[in-house]
Design a protein around this ligand. Structure first.
Ligand SMILES: Nc1ncnc2c1ncn2[C@@H]1O[C@H](COP(=O)(O)OP(=O)(O)OP(=O)(O)O)[C@@H](O)[C@H]1O
Length: 292
């Protein structure tokens, strides 16, 4: 378990973190989301010991983090950090060795990751000859090579093509299933919603919502009532309750009290009802509301 407890951090007059608290359990994939400048990178840097907090603590299984703990973590920093002239495979192996792997073990883990991330053909090329997306894949391989006990990744999916997104999602899910806590930041909320067990939303240095993806969606209440009526007479929506949005035959109603049966009756009278159901808010909608 990784526990982030009441972190505060100031840069001069700017308050970057103002009491950030959350935890990531073993085998949990935690999506860390927030607007630009909300404090995600600062939190992850403190977690990794790259930056010191003004106050607050970061613990692993109840003990304050030490250098030894962090050596067994996998970290992908925002500023990325590959040696541009070094060859891809050499570099991944090198970082594996730095983290204490034997030569054979590091070579094998590098080969496996290159394969998984579709980089095998570029193994012998210098990093600065790779496209940005491929450099990102190499950077991810560096974070993963030593089979870290905890993963902390700052926007690992940004700039990846859809196939690379899927490949990385698969690797992270596998690692997570072995009990590794995975914390990553992202602005791709659909991806966070699809992959993560839990989500933390940070706004102006404070956690404004956190919990399992399902609990956050439930907390948004029943959400919108979605009704699709074919061949309805124009104007049938005029007497519907709530705030009505029409998109062709589809009608979305916000703020409907009760179970919506009255809407269903009106819809049946109006035409052929093809769909009638509640739509829980998406993570994007929850995010917008939380940071508003
Ligand atoms: N080295 C620094 N010096 C001064 N202010 C800083 C520094 N680093 C970050 N900040 C400020 O701290 C706040 C939090 O920044 P941080 O980089 O943690 O946000 P973020 O959530 O990672 O943003 P993004 O999504 O844009 O990467 C911002 O107001 C930022 O301007």
């Amino acid at each position: 378990m990784i526990e982030i407890d009441d972190l505060h951090k100031r840069y001069g007059d700017t308050t970057a973190l103002d009491g950030v608290t959350f935890s990531v359990r073993p085998g949990e994939m935690f999506g860390f989301v927030g607007a630009n400048g909300a404090g995600k990178t600062t939190t992850m840097r403190i977690l990794m010991g790259v930056l010191t907090a003004g106050s607050g603590t970061v613990r692993r299984d109840g003990r304050e983090l030490t250098f030894e703990h962090r050596r067994r973590f996998g970290y992908m920093p925002e500023e990325r950090g590959l040696y541009q002239k070094m060859k891809v495979a050499e570099q991944i192996e090198y970082f594996g060795r730095l983290s204490g792997m034997g030569a054979g073990e590091a070579r094998k883990a590098t080969g496996d990751l290159l394969e998984r991330l579709s980089l095998t053909e570029r193994a012998g090329d210098a990093v600065d000859t790779l496209s940005l997306g491929n450099q990102q894949r190499a950077q991810l391989a560096v974070a993963l090579v030593h089979r870290p006990e905890v993963l902390v990744l700052d926007e690992p999916f940004s700039g990846l093509d859809p196939l690379a997104v899927d490949a990385l999602a698969e690797v992270l899910t596998e690692r997570c299933r072995t009990g590794v806590p995975v914390l990553f930041s992202s602005h791709q909320l659909d991806l966070v919603e699809r992959l993560c067990d839990s989500v933390g939303i940070i706004s102006a240095g404070r956690m404004v919502a956190s919990g399992t993806t399902e609990s956050l969606r439930d907390r948004g209440g029943r959400g919108l009532l979605r009704v699709v009526v074919r061949n309805a007479a124009p104007g049938w929506t005029a007497t519907l309750p709530g705030e009505v949005t029409e998109r062709g035959d589809e009608v979305l109603l916000a703020g409907v009290d009760g179970d919506g049966q009255e809407v269903l009756h009106l819809a049946i009278k109006a035409g052929r009802v093809e769909h009638f159901g509640w739509q829980r808010p998406t993570l994007t909608e929850i995010f917008r509301e939380a940071v508003a």
